[in-house]
Design a protein around this ligand. Structure first.
Ligand code: ADP
Ligand code: MG
Length: 195
């Protein structure tokens, strides 16, 4: 098992045809709001093809559990919270690493928002690091939402949430920009919160 958070467990699986290692996130929908979240995650990932967005392969439901399983690339360097802690112990994030993180994640978010998708939960736990080159990819679109206008429900993680989201005001893609800023601040300062 690779990890588990609020909505799913994540396992490493092997593709039968070529032995490739992939990741499988299993999200149970014992609650109706869970099912909506899984649908949002799959719908968002299917529209995204970017080098710094978690690569999506397939999804299938299992009515016997009941759950939905989402197959994605397997990212082997842990998440950005773990990466930040490793770098902190080794003396801090280097300027070149900070540049790679910043450039890659801004590119990923530009791609996401150009497709009318709000991520709504950008934070270090939801950024995964590829061990081969320490490059990041944006993951966990579990509370993403496709929108043409504004959203107003309060979702996300307080330390990385934009003020308008915390206070229940209408918000748009700029809230994701705030969360990305807070996430990058966390990484380059070795784990400090913006507020
Ligand atoms: N494709 C993956 N490759 C490697 N690790 C993953 C992958 N997906 C998730 N993880 C690990 O599992 C954790 C939780 O996954 P996430 O998609 O954020 O689920 P949740 O909705 O439960 O927060 C991540 O922080 C990461 O450590
Ligand atoms: Mg998560």
């Amino acid at each position: 098992m690779l990890g588990h958070g609020s909505f799913g467990r994540v396992f490493v699986v092997r593709r039968y045809s070529d032995g490739a290692e992939l990741a499988m996130k299993e999200v149970r929908f014992d609650r109706a709001d869970n099912l909506d979240m899984v649908r949002a995650e799959v719908a968002a990932l299917m529209h995204l093809h970017h080098p710094h967005v978690l690569r999506y392969y397939d999804s299938m439901s299992d009515p016997a559990v009941p759950c939905l399983r989402i197959i994605t690339e397997h990212v082997t360097g842990g998440n950005l919270t773990e990466f930040t802690e490793r770098q902190r112990l080794a003396g801090g994030v280097l300027p070149d690493q900070a540049r790679v993180l910043t450039r890659s994640l801004i590119g990923a978010l530009a791609h996401v928002s150009a497709r009318g998708i709000l991520h709504r939960d950008i934070k270090p736990d939801n950024v995964l690091i590829r061990a081969a080159d320490d490059s990041p990819c944006l993951a966990d679109f579990g509370v993403a939402r496709m929108t043409r206008g504004h959203a107003s429900s309060v979702v996300g993680t307080p330390a990385f949430m934009a003020p308008e989201v915390c206070t229940g005001m209408p918000y748009d893609g700029r809230a994701d920009v705030w969360s990305l800023g807070a996430t990058l601040y966390f990484a380059v300062t070795g784990g400090r919160f913006l507020f």
